[in-house]
Design a protein around this ligand. Structure first.
Ligand code: MRU
Length: 358
């Protein structure tokens, strides 16, 4: 998708310099900076600090992280340790483990003289596949938006939470892909963008990327969705997910659950968009999902740009107050109208998922 009219993807390998390039998402929307990752340590750090974030993109970064590890040292023990560090760098999104496991499986039968080439090829394939999946999610979700538009005959208002846009994936996004496809088709859409405290991925990233594609959007405080739904100003919700269980329970950015409850109370369809790499076929009970707890400084401090165009961080809480920063919550399947996947839209249930992914 576009930034300043130029097409970008969120991650790519630079052959000449033998480095992985990323868009530094910590600095957006105020500064557009492309960073280079040249070691597995750089990849782990980029994931931990959220220079790259969003389930599919951290999966793609971890895949390239394995290639960077191999570039440094082909010793199987080093590669194994690097794989562990990448998987542990953020615990909730299943895409990380999925991508690392796929890389390790592929590389386990390759000779050491070919291993770097194969690793780079497989990492690119993981990223290309995600891009294709996200495009298909868009085409499948587009049909839902079209149906609403055919009935309503005026702008379709869509609420989304966090950033499940192209910046969270390789391209297109998950939740935003149907919106981009609808816009390209000429269907009038408007997006209510949840600010998404504490890190403000909605305001900083979703609104930014929608602006760049000229899609009308309005940032709202996280608690505003309920009243908008009661007033009939939300036609549907679409969110992403970091891990969806095979029973259809959806783990996503903190606050998603409350939006689903409000949508349920107001009879508003609540869709979750995801590629199959986000499905966890192993964990059966949502209580067993590892929920990331991040530094409370993400709550107590806030960053912005000052009059000298410098990014500044300031304390906004009483300095003696404690704060707690759980990064994700789980929305039970019963509140999810449907899962929009690369293979079609299905009900949030084991049978629904199994029909699409045997
Ligand atoms: O903490 P983040 O910014 O990595 O969280 C991102 C989300 O919660 C997204 O909704 C999710 O990863 C889906 S991305 C297509």
């Amino acid at each position: 998708m576009k930034i300043n009219g130029v097409e970008y993807k969120t991650i790519w390998f630079n052959e000449e310099k033998q480095v992985v390039k990323i868009i530094d998402q910590i600095k957006l929307p105020h500064k557009f900076i492309i960073k280079e990752l040249s070691s597995v340590k750089d990849a782990v750090n980029a994931i931990k600090t959220m220079e790259v974030r969003g389930a599919p993109l951290i999966g793609g970064t971890a895949a390239y992280g394995i290639a960077l590890a191999i570039k440094e040292n082909k010793d199987p023990e080093f590669i194994k340790k690097s794989a562990e560090e990448l998987i542990q760098s953020r615990p909730t999104a299943i895409n990380l483990k999925w991508a690392v496991d796929r890389m390790i499986k592929k590389l386990s039968v390759i000779n050491s003289d070919q291993i770097l080439d194969v690793a780079l090829k497989e990492a690119k394939e993981i990223c290309d596949e995600d891009e294709k999946f996200c495009e298909n999610i868009g085409l499948n979700g587009l049909k839902i938006i079209e149906e609403i538009y055919d009935k309503k005959k005026s702008t379709v208002n869509i609420l989304t939470h966090c950033n499940a846009g192209w910046l969270a994936t390789i391209n297109w996004g998950t939740a935003t892909s149907p919106i981009y496809h609808a816009h390209k088709k000429g269907i009038p859409v408007h997006v209510w963008v949840d600010e998404t405290r504490p890190r403000n991925q909605g305001a900083n990233l979703t609104s930014y990327e929608l602006n760049e594609e000229e899609i009308p959007n309005t940032i709202i405080a996280d608690n505003t969705g309920g009243i908008l739904m009661q007033r009939g100003e939300v036609d549907m919700c679409i969110v992403g997910t970091d891990r969806t269980l095979s029973n259809g329970d959806v783990c996503n950015k903190i606050g998603t659950y409350l939006k689903a409850l409000a949508a349920h109370d107001n009879n508003i369809p609540f869709y979750v968009a995801l590629p199959s790499s986000t499905i966890d076929w192993d964990i059966k009970d949502a209580k067993d999902i590892p929920i990331e707890e991040r530094n409370s400084e993400e709550l107590s401090h806030i960053e912005g740009i000052d009059e000298n165009n410098q990014i500044k961080k300031v304390l906004i809480y009483p300095n003696k107050s404690k704060a707690m920063n759980l990064a994700f919550d789980v929305t039970p399947a019963k509140y999810v109208t449907g899962l929009i996947t690369e293979r079609g839209v299905t009900e949030a249930s084991f049978d629904g998922l199994k029909k699409l992914f045997k």
